[in-house]
Design a protein. Sequence first.
Length: 369
Amino acid sequence: MSDKILVTRAVLPDINEYMQELREVWDSHWLTNMGPKHEMFRSHLKSYLNVEDIELFTNGHMALELTLQAFNLQGEVITTPFTFASTTHAIVRNGLEPVFCDIEPDNYTIDTSKIEELITDRTCAILPVHVYGNICKIEEIERIACKYGLKVIYDAAHAFGEYYNGKSIGSYGDASCFSFHATKVFNTIEGGATCYKGKELGSCLYELKNFGIHDAECVTAVGANAKMNEFCAAMGICNLRHIEDNIEKRKKVVNRYYENLKDIAGIYLNDFSKIERPNYAYFPIVIDEKIFGASRNEVCDKLLSKGIEPRKYFYPLTNSFSAFHKKYDIQKTPNALRVSKRVLTLPLYPDIQLDIVDRICELITKSVG
Ligand code: T4K
């Protein structure tokens, strides 16, 4: 498409490997509606993620939206605004009210010390986000949820394959939702999944992604069409074979960024050492203009002028979206506001050349003055 270095680059298997899977799809003429590739991928994924059960969806957003629907919630959901539009939209599209909690200043996940003050008699759930693969304070969230009888649905879109306390990240909460979008550590072109426990919830998720159809003559819910098709499932089967290799390559890129940027005053790096099995999904830097000497926007513009496209994930905050007509006070989430104005996510994908990483870091350093 261009010689630009973009924030990420979709990971693809060898085309022949994918063609081999597609040949079977061609032979079967079965393209979607939970076909053989869907079932095979689901089974491989369940064992890779080491979770009790899993349901596939057409994308990560529908996994979130339909999982919320499956719990039949009403009222308020405590969440964070430092995330992709999807998290907040999934709440609002279910007729629920997002209540925005601030984030931790250092790992950008929900600040659990501020959750309880937001709980009202209308609170029904907490929807925390493992931003950039940084794991939320799970024990504290569980303690609060248990005390107030709340559901916990994790947005684990960035946390594919990660672990916490020896357990798969997908096994926490009432459910955890992943994204397999083209831009993610692991992709199925478009795709997503919900990890859950219990047959009843499983049947509900299965039906909700297929219009709420229970059987040919019985429709029990107003569901959506959110089924993963066979082409996406086939991509998942292929990409899953190479996931460890790709994460290892990402690690090398992250290490190189670290070597180059770790001692620069005013640039704060994500602490991957705190993650049990990091997937190196994103490389965010937070720039303090007063100390570093140039602002996030100046650094971004400098890189853009040289054909490098970092992204401001996640700016603006979701609670400031014009879609909500100033309904939410962004001053109530000051850490989120501060980070969103200072964060820049640098290019990261398995095959990015290390000399390009060096060049990006050099340009960042030279942004000053
Ligand atoms: N929750 C969270 C916390 C999320 O971050 C997301 C998605 C979701 C939920 C919802 O999951 P999904 O429904 O999307 O499965 C991208 C992704 O589209 C989105 O999946 C992701 N988060 C978000 C953080 O980033 P954009 O609007 O920035 O994408 P775009 O098209 O600008 O692409 C970014 C870069 O990726 C491009 O510069 C180049 C590269 N790219 C992109 C595409 C589409 C490729 O290399 N190949 C491609 O096919 O949202």
